[in-house]
Design a protein. Structure first.
Length: 93
């Protein structure tokens, strides 16, 4: 699934709200939060609840996730997360 939008680009997920729909780790299914940091192998989700907890999730575990934006939701294959953030930007151009 590849697409480009003015509001959302695959290389730029930092600060976006996501929900994990399918994951090999059953404890991370349906986790929702805002991505506050991203490394080569991990994403860091700030949860929506009253407690400010940051959850570390391996990118390799995620099969399908949803980016939640005011203009609509985007369902994206988890393989697009793999790699360093700066490398993903170069791949989308």
């Amino acid at each position: 699934m590849s697409f480009q939008s003015k509001e959302f680009q695959l290389g730029d997920i930092l600060g976006k709200k996501i929900q994990i729909l399918s994951c090999s780790n059953k404890f991370n299914v349906n986790k929702t939060g805002i991505i506050v940091n991203e490394t080569k192998n991990m994403i860091y989700l700030l949860n929506d609840k009253k407690t400010l907890e940051i959850k570390r999730i391996s990118k390799k575990e995620i099969d399908l996730y949803k980016v939640i934006l005011p203009s609509g939701d985007y369902f994206i294959n988890g393989k697009t997360l793999l790699g360093r953030p700066e490398e993903k930007i170069l791949k989308t151009k």
